[in-house]
Design a protein around this ligand. Structure first.
Ligand code: AMP
Ligand code: MG
Length: 299
């Protein structure tokens, strides 16, 4: 268990002794990453930034700078549908720190929206500092940190000489090399409303896939579903009719971030954007009037 999700790794190696040695290094790295990125740990780098960055520019690690810059890139690319400053909104809708869904009042929502906006996160590359230009701003990296962890753990496996493996952090996956027997790794996409059913199968080799959905972290009030992906424009759980998105990319951070963004953008805009980005593909699943529909990008 890491950052609230199950992380699993399967690798093809000569002996279980070698595998165990590598696994020890992998878990040490995974625990290190949790101490950097987890909002649940008050001493993590991200928690420190959230406490201090409005009052002064906070010096950050190269790793944090890299992740924050890439988050800003995805915000730019998606016209703000992707926005890591949704932190305060996650709290008023009851998704963080506990999962106890609640509906905020209009006044609460308006006050909270004033604290949100990715452009108010000022990154100074040469000084390597982060400064918040709005009081009460809070960063939440839930939409791409898992993907970054997958990329880091995969890099570590490659350093250790592993050529074939699959790294999975709660559905954010990197497929390294091949499945034993010389075929591509195959990832089944779960049906969003029936976990025993597979919607479609994706084949990957040296490629990442990440999935966002409204069926794991949500609550229901008056028969309406409120999921944990928030439209930063309205401050409310996304109403785009998208119920599941899988994005494939060369690295898992990109796949993870874009999958969350597609959820907010909706099927048409989302597919159009995926078609424009080189080497990125995806499947967007919608539900309208009880009917499940799949939209694919070019490949
Ligand atoms: P994922 O499961 O990768 O789609 O990430 C969902 C998580 O990302 C949520 O639990 C929030 O922590 C965060 N989040 C919610 N809405 C957004 C958004 N519009 N942009 C970026 N992060 C978001
Ligand atoms: Mg994501």
């Amino acid at each position: 268990m890491l950052m609230g999700t199950i992380v699993s790794i399967e690798m093809v190696v000569g002996s279980s002794g070698v595998a165990n040695g590598i696994m020890d290094k992998v878990w040490a790295e995974a625990e290190r990453l949790e101490r950097v990125f987890s909002r649940y740990l008050p001493e993590s780098e991200i928690s420190l930034i959230n406490r201090e960055a409005f009052y002064r520019p906070v010096p950050v690690s190269d790793e944090m700078m890299n992740v924050l810059s890439r988050a800003a890139d995805i915000s730019r690319l998606t016209d703000g549908a992707f926005d890591i400053s949704v932190g305060p909104l996650m709290k008023i809708w009851g998704f963080f720190p506990e999962r106890e869904g609640r509906i905020p009042s209009e006044a609460e929502l308006a006050a909270c929206l004033a604290r949100v906006g990715w452009q108010a996160i000022e990154l100074n590359q040469s000084e390597r500092t982060v400064h918040f230009l709005k009081p009460g701003l809070e960063i939440d990296l839930g939409a791409l940190a898992k993907g970054y962890v997958v990329d880091r753990l995969t890099a570590l496996l490659i350093e250790e000489g592993i050529e074939n493996a699959i790294v999975n952090a709660g559905g954010d996956i990197y497929c390294l090399g091949e499945y034993p027997g010389g075929r591509n790794w195959r990832i089944g996409l779960e049906h969003p409303r029936d976990e025993d059913e597979i919607l479609t199968v994706l084949e990957l080799k040296n490629r990442a896939v990440a999935t966002s959905g409204d069926y794991r972290n949500y609550f229901i009030r008056s028969r309406l579903r409120y999921s944990h992906i928030i439209d930063p424009e309205t401050g409310r759980p996304s109403q785009s009719k998208v119920v599941e998105v899988s994005v494939m990319a060369p690295d898992c951070l990109t796949a993870d971030g874009l999958a969350t963004a597609m959820f907010v953008m909706g099927a048409d805009k989302g597919i159009n954007l995926l078609k424009k980005i080189d080497d990125v593909d995806g499947v967007i699943v919608t539900e309208e009037a009880g009917e499940i529909k799949l939209y694919f990008s070019d490949n």
